[in-house]
Design a protein around this ligand. Structure first.
Ligand code: GDP
Ligand code: GDP
Length: 437
């Protein structure tokens, strides 16, 4: 799994310099630019872009201007916003008009910032206009790149300059190594972890050395479940049964935490024949906090009768509601019932955990959501979502750039709606609000 964070490029400039035209050019699209009502959050302001295989997010700030204040002040404010949220700024000026007060307002903001700026002198449709572009050196933002958003002239060079200005290529996440999915079996003592491990290991037909790219920690085991190969984390810890040792509880919880940290997917084993306890909930909380994918296995199903199952349903509704997104399997480690089905649940959780939502789809979703259910007023103001991007997967993490702080209930509401639209079954989902400063 590679976890990449796409850099964000904000396109700023006063109205009519050709920002939208240039954005469409960069995206390689010809369709007409949708004109939006000023002051209304557009449902699409950011787009996934790509140049020479390098991915980035392009933010068209054109729609953010409201008609409340003077033009120059608004444009400056818009640039500040862009600076707060972007990794680099593409500043567009109109070479056929020269620089106006409104341009200068943006320049002042840009100068104060430490963000890299690439200057595009737009509407240079032919060579005759190049001299005009050169006068833009006087903005003090470095080389003006002559470009024609309309005809495409110079746009390749501009994009090269833009990529040079971006921070280093996205890094790979520090995975231990390639190889099978890392799965941890966790749960409080006596729920059946080692019984489950033995059952899984007994079905094993895989020889470790057959799996390429695998260096198996001696405490881990490679097992096959339902045709899928997994690396079970810290099986030595499960097998070692030092239950009488003093301080056992403490060391057990340390081990559990370490196993969670090393895993990608956790199988949380719960004893279905006994009431759910606080200790179960604490471990579930750790898994979620660590951002791991989750499958809940209700074990000892063979010991449950109809009455107990009714109680269990109620306990699940009451205590496990916060982890409703996790796939569940009712198993018996003793008889082997449904143990094979764990692999399907693990796959579901893995897919949910790795899900990526494109910036376009995400912003279309956010636009619909904000239109139907705007954030309640806060001190007379309405915090708005300006745009969003998925900053990470594993687990899916969304950064929402907003015009003000948002309440926790609204964040949870967004998370719920994200799940309804995009799934993420078996995975925690994170929503981070980044109000513009
Ligand atoms: P924005 O308000 O900055 O997003 O500007 P638009 O992209 O809407 O463009 C404003 C006007 O400038 C439109 O009439 C465009 O057709 C025109 N325009 C944009 N780019 C160019 C260009 O490269 N050359 C010429 N001649 N006109 C352009
Ligand atoms: P651990 O402490 O979580 O590793 O739990 P163990 O695997 O040692 O199991 C604790 C006890 O529960 C043992 O006596 C097991 O035989 C029993 N046990 C585990 N799984 C099952 C099951 O599915 N059904 C029944 N009836 N007993 C089980």
């Amino acid at each position: 799994m590679t976890e990449t964070v796409k850099p964000i490029v904000a396109v700023v400039g006063r109205p009519n310099v050709g920002k939208s035209t240039l954005v469409n050019r960069i995206l390689g699209r010809r369709e007409a630019v949708v004109r939006d009502t000023p002051g209304v959050t557009r449902d699409r302001v950011s787009y996934d872009a790509n140049w020479n295989g390098r991915e980035f997010v392009l933010v068209d700030t054109g729609g953010w201007i409201s008609d409340a204040k003077g033009m120059a002040a608004q444009i400056a404010e818009q640039a500040e916003m862009a600076i707060a949220t972007a990794d680099a700024v593409l500043f567009v000026v109109d070479a056929t008009v020269g620089t106006l007060d409104e341009d200068e307002a943006v320049v002042r903001v840009l100068r104060r910032s430490k963000k890299p700026v690439v200057l595009a002198a737009n509407k240079v449709d032919d060579q005759r206009h190049e001299a005009m572009a050169a006068t833009m050196w006087n903005l003090g933002l470095g080389e003006p790149h002559p470009v024609s958003g309309m005809h495409g002239r110079g746009s390749g060079d501009l994009l090269d300059a833009l990529l040079d200005a971006l921070p280093e290529a996205p890094r790979e996440s520090e995975d231990e190594d390639e190889g099978p999915l890392r799965v941890a079996i966790v749960g409080k003592p006596n729920v059946g972890k080692s019984s489950l491990l033995n059952k899984l290991a007994a079905q094993q037909r895989v020889v470790v050395s057959d799996i390429s790219g695998t260096t198996v920690d001696p405490v881990d085991e490679i097992v096959e479940v339902g045709g899928q190969v997994y690396r079970l984390i810290d099986t030595a810890g499960i097998r070692r049964r030092v239950k009488e040792a003093s301080g056992h509880e403490y060391y057990a919880s340390l081990r559990t935490q370490a196993a969670i940290e090393r895993s990608e997917v956790c199988i949380m084993v719960v004893d279905a024949s006994e009431p759910i306890t606080d200790q179960d909930l604490r471990i579930l909380g750790s898994i979620e906090e660590s951002g791991r994918a989750l499958v809940i296995a209700f074990n000892k199903w063979d010991l449950t009768d109809e009455e107990r199952r009714r109680y269990l349903d109620r306990e699940i509704e009451r205590d496990l509601i916060a982890w409703k997104w996790a796939p569940t399997v009712n198993i018996s480690a003793l008889t082997g019932r449904n143990v094979d089905k764990l692999s399907k649940a693990i796959e579901t959780a893995r897919v949910g955990w790795e899900t990526r939502v494109s910036t376009g789809k995400l912003n279309a979703f956010l636009g619909r959501l904000a239109a139907a259910h705007p954030h309640p007023l806060r001190g007379g103001k309405q915090p708005r979502i300006l745009f969003g991007t998925q900053a990470h997967n594993c687990p899916p993490t969304f950064a929402l750039f907003t015009s003000g702080q948002m309440d926790d209930p609204y964040k949870r509401f967004i998370e719920r709606r994200l799940r309804e639209d995009f799934g993420f079954e078996g995975s925690p989902v994170r929503v981070e609000i980044r109000p513009r400063a």
